[in-house]
Write a protein that binds this ligand. Structure first.
Ligand code: ATP
Length: 467
């Protein structure tokens, strides 16, 4: 049985140390979340797997790590200062503020809500009798634009510094470095630049756990092509990304592709589609793919007065601004989807229920748990030896657990999603041949519950992870 509610995941995340409420001891700070010991391993593994797939395994991709703070002119050029707005609507009765399109979306569905204009929002909410989620009244102000960028000041003297912004997307860091990368990497079109990093948006209504927060992490690619080649590149990325999600075990029946209608497109895009996941509260965007044309490079060329054209290495007279296809992943939404997707309740014989997180091995926060059967000193030291060997020879986090019965320890690892447990018993240390031969251990599989005995010398090969 998969997770039926978000609460199940939120409480498992807290109990197991995947994700905690931010600033918890101070009563929290609304909609901030901290990744705990298991969560940070899971998230890092997702990022590592993403980087491996989209940067290291491809000949046409390189990486970048650009600064969060950028010259404010970059945000003028990108259109974020004038266009990066959401429709804000106030409840006249209780003065709470909401994102009008999202209120409408809950009632009419995402397609219908997406095409409603700013002016139509208040009349639609009234006509549909959509009440304030806070006080239950239906008395709305007209909707107005609310810019989502976080503004701050650079400089030590308050009031005299320059207004700067926390980046609302990682993409612009790539565009402003396009010339640097094209000149230093000797890449030929088509090529892409990938970046993973924090982005900040002053969302009007954050919520649904880590789905919508004001600080989040993106994994973005800007894929540069010759003008005219963007259509096939768009299709290629659509398939590649779909396969990446399903390749990680995300249930394809809970994924769908949603093309944006023309009047829903962002100011920079001529075609956009989202990959959506069927979250416990309904379909929501997990990933976006946009055809940005040469909008960004044109804007940055105009505002910076730098020539950002690409020169064809075979024909130096051929100069042009490349077109761009942008696959944009939310890292936190990917992690949330993987948590929801992995959650499984299995009824065991006798009516007992086993909770198991069925993560793909490549992203599981703990790769292997080493479990000495008892706390006897020579068993523990042998188990520590095995753990050290695994740490040296395998990639990832190796756990060591001596507390509680072996059954309880297996259950704990099931809830963490550990694919394999390695048990060291008295057979391993040559004290009880009935348990197994000397220098052999038992591997217990999380999903099949199968146990097999292998020599320590073959342990790493038996546990080998796929790439
Ligand atoms: P939404 O419609 O949900 O606000 P968006 O279309 O504004 O999302 P994009 O600008 O396309 O989102 O950002 C790319 C990706 O970044 C999204 O697909 C999503 O996974 C992630 N993302 C965007 N906003 C947030 C947020 N506030 N919290 C967490 N992840 C986010």
């Amino acid at each position: 049985m998969p997770a039926s509610s978000l609460d199940q995941i939120v409480s498992l995340c807290k109990r197991k140390g995947f994700i905690f409420a931010g600033s918890d001891i101070y009563g929290g700070l609304a909609n901030t979340w901290d990744y705990g010991p298991l969560g940070v391993e899971l998230k890092n593994n997702v990022k590592r797997h993403w980087w491996k797939t989209f940067v290291h395994k491809r000949h046409d991709m390189v990486g970048l790590d650009a600064a969060i703070l950028m010259n404010p002119k970059a945000w003028e050029a990108s259109g974020h200062i004038s266009n990066f707005n959401d429709p804000l609507i106030d409840c006249k009765a209780c003065k709470q503020r909401f994102r009008g399109d999202k209120l409408l979306e809950e009632k009419l569905g995402v397609e219908a809500a997406a095409v409603i204009t700013l002016e139509q929002l208040q009349p639609m909410l009234t006509a549909e009798k959509i009440a304030c989620p806070h006080c239950g009244k239906c008395d709305w102000t007209p909707a107005k634009k609310f810019n989502l960028m976080f503004k701050t000041q650079q400089g030590v003297i308050e009031g005299e510094g320059t207004d700067i912004y926390l980046r609302p997307e990682t993409a612009q860091g790539i565009f402003v470095n396009f010339k640097n990368i094209a000149q230093t990497s000797r890449l030929r079109l088509p090529f892409g630049v990938a970046q993973i990093g924090k982005a900040f948006r002053n969302e009007i209504t954050p919520g649904n756990f880590t789905f919508r927060t004001r600080e989040f992490e993106q994994m973005e690619i800007e894929y540069f092509v010759e003008p005219g080649a963007e259509g096939p590149a768009f299709e290629m990325w659509k398939d590649t990304v779909w396969n990446w999600f399903t390749g990680l075990g995300i249930d394809a029946t809970k994924l769908r592709i949603r093309e944006h209608a023309t009047d829903e497109l962002s100011h920079y895009s001529s075609r956009t589609l989202d990959i959506e996941y069927d979250f416990p509260w309904g379909w929501g965007e997990l990933f976006g793919l946009a055809n940005r044309g040469n909008f960004d490079l044109t804007q940055h060329q105009t505002f910076s007065k730098e020539d950002l054209q690409y020169t064809d290495p075979d024909d130096p007279t051929k100069k042009f601004l490349p077109y761009v296809v942008e696959p944009s992943f939310g890292c936190d939404r990917t992690v949330l989807t993987l948590l929801l997707n992995a959650y499984t309740e299995e009824e065991l014989e006798g009516g007992d229920v086993r909770v198991v997180m069925k993560f793909d091995r490549r992203i599981a926060p703990v790769k292997v748990a080493v479990l000495p059967l008892s706390k006897k000193e020579n068993l523990i030291s042998k188990a520590q030896e095995v753990r050290s060997m695994l740490i040296d020879q395998m990639d990832g986090n190796i756990d060591f657990d001596v507390t509680g019965s072996i059954g309880k320890r297996y259950r704990r690892q099931d809830e963490a999603g550990t694919p394999s447990c390695v048990t060291i018993d008295f057979g391993t240390i040559g004290e009880d041949a009935t348990q197994g031969e000397v220098d052999t251990v038992t591997i217990r599989d999380r999903d099949t519950l199968e146990q097999k005995r292998v020599p320590i010398s073959e342990l790493c090969t038996s546990l080998k992870m796929p790439n």
